[in-house]
Write a protein that binds this ligand. Structure first.
Ligand SMILES: [Zn+2]
Length: 412
């Protein structure tokens, strides 16, 4: 209700033997309302005869006065609240403080690092040494991969994606009790024929770091990547042309800054356009990185990047230097040709369970040439260790530990 004025006019005559009064309610408190009240009082005094006479009361203002007079009493009305229908009153809003995410801390998250998962091909023994080296350096046997997934499931590990880790750091969202990230690099057809079915069988997901060149060359298709993404897997970027962009001795770069940024941002843009997902993570081709490259990766809109530096401890102030556990073809494989595994997967278990400090030197340390990292482990037969295969237990990051392109040439 709009508050207004209640006007009472009282007029008394000479001798105060008679009395008249009137009451008028005026809405609003505007100046015109007050003018109206005064006009009413004036008209009441003039037309007094028309106003009903009432007995004088002790409290009337004219009692005891010598002559005629007029008195005005103005009462301002208080606004009366409109009653709300039951059940419709809006609940009182209690301001709640916005949640403050806890300070992000280091997290033990093993990031397993694979390329291809394939059986030993027919005719392998007739292959050239270079072909054999490529297979043994970048492949894992399906029987071993399946056993590793079995081991993870049996030991209560839950697969997450890099975005889950960065979201955990940004918002405080919970991680599972035993998180693990499975990642694969490059992009080959075995991802669809072998890796994806095994992941699905175990209810697991992985981050598939794809280089665009492999798709354009038909190693797998954008349709394949859409299938992977639809099943909850992550699609990460791994360059357009699969060129190592940094990490060379003396800071040498194969590309200008503009070309380098195009390789980083372009891979993200192409994959996002063709697959229809957000590509939030990338893997450094060849593992090469430096501070300037990290800034480009950040500027391109990624929220994380995976290195090939060994370790299971991930640091919230280094989301663009995620550490890995590299899984090799020899890990817990007694015989590659017969596909016989060491029960219990002791090597795999030890790498996944490694906690605490990084297993290798910090980033931006000149890496060792791959051939210097070859160290046959005990119990390994000589013919199972081809030249150039880095020992997974090696304590130094190996240069060129990434896969060569489909044409067999290594990235520069
Ligand atoms: Zn690669």
């Amino acid at each position: 209700m709009v508050p207004g004025m209640r006007l009472m006019v009282r007029v008394w005559g000479r001798g105060s033997g008679w009395f008249a009064e009137g009451v008028r309610t005026l809405s609003g408190r505007s100046r015109s309302a007050y003018v109206g009240a005064f006009s009413m009082a004036l008209s009441a005094s003039i037309g007094l005869q028309s106003v009903a006479s009432v007995p004088a009361r002790a409290a009337d203002p004219g009692i005891g006065r010598a002559g005629p007079g007029i008195a005005l009493t103005v009462e301002h009305e208080r606004p009366t609240p409109t009653p709300e229908p039951p059940g419709t009153a809006a609940p009182e809003e209690i301001p709640t403080p916005s949640p403050v995410p806890p300070t992000p801390t280091d997290a033990v998250v093993p990031i397993l690092y694979y390329h291809r998962v394939e059986p030993l091909p027919m005719g392998f023994d007739a292959w050239s040494a270079a072909q054999q080296k490529s297979f043994l350096q970048y492949d894992v046997l399906p029987v071993a991969f399946a056993a590793q997934l079995d081991w993870l499931a049996a030991h209560d590990y839950t697969t997450i994606l890099p975005v889950d880790l960065t979201r955990h750091w940004a918002t405080g969202s919970a991680l599972p009790a035993h998180p693990v990230i499975i990642s694969l690099d490059d992009g080959t057809h075995d991802w669809m024929t072998t890796v994806f079915p095994l992941l699905q069988r175990h209810g697991m997901v992985a981050e598939f770091y794809t280089n665009v060149r492999n798709v354009y060359r038909g190693a797998l298709s954008f349709d394949d990547l859409r299938v992977l993404a639809a099943a909850g897997n992550g699609i990460g970027a791994h360059g357009i042309d699969h060129v190592q962009l940094a990490g060379f001795a003396g800071g040498a770069r194969p590309y200008s800054d503009a070309q380098t940024f195009k390789e980083i941002a372009g891979a993200k843009a192409i994959l996002e356009r063709e697959v229809g997902v957000i590509v939030d993570s990338m893997a450094y081709v060849g593992g090469g990185l430096d501070a300037a490259l990290i800034e480009m990766v950040r500027a391109a809109g990624y929220t994380s990047a995976r290195t090939i530096i060994r370790g299971t401890m991930q640091h919230p102030d280094q989301p663009f230097e995620l550490r890995v556990v590299r899984i090799g073809v020899h890990d817990d494989v007694v015989s590659i040709r017969a596909g016989i595994l060491d029960p219990g997967l002791p090597t795999f278990a030890a790498m996944v369970r490694a906690r605490g400090q990084d297993l290798t030197a910090p980033p931006n340390v000149t890496c060792l040439p791959a051939q210097q990292a070859v160290t046959p482990r005990s119990g390994m037969s000589a013919d199972d260790v081809p030249p150039g295969v880095p020992d997974p237990a090696s304590t130094g990051p190996a240069c060129g530990a990434d896969a060569p392109g489909l044409d067999g040439t290594t990235a520069p």
